[in-house]
Design a protein around this ligand. Sequence first.
Ligand code: CMP
Length: 143
Amino acid sequence: MEQSLILIKPDAVTHHLIGAIIGRYEEEGLTVSALQMLRPTQELAVAHYAEHQGKPFYEALLSFITSGDVVALILSGEDAIARVRLLNGATDPQKADAGTLRALYGEDPMHNVVHASNSSANAQREIALWFPKSETSHVPSEG
Ligand code: CMP
């Protein structure tokens, strides 16, 4: 069993895509273990995107992710990290495989509707950032 941290970004929230996106993950058998809507603070955005500091799009990325409400969720399942990334598609929606969430709903490399953890270590780090007060409560129950 593996967990991944997903963000449904402000572009997707604005375009009424929360249900469609979560529905796609659930259709594939992934389990929503935690979920919250919030407008990220600058501090949270900086911590979340630390690895992108210094890149040409970094400042614009912080502005975008703090521009409106975001839905953060933890998805659980066998190979959840890889499966979610397949469902999301490539970062650039123009390069994403047909039928993926970014191909369906993304506009450009910045406005690409979803974020998902890219490794187990990053999933743990991101879950601790977005769900700091419930670090054990989102572990899926047995059965
Ligand atoms: P995400 O999965 O949230 O991780 C980093 C984000 O940076 C990425 O999705 C995009 O939203 C954004 N990003 C990555 N590459 C570019 C780029 N070349 N131009 C603009 N934004 C980018």
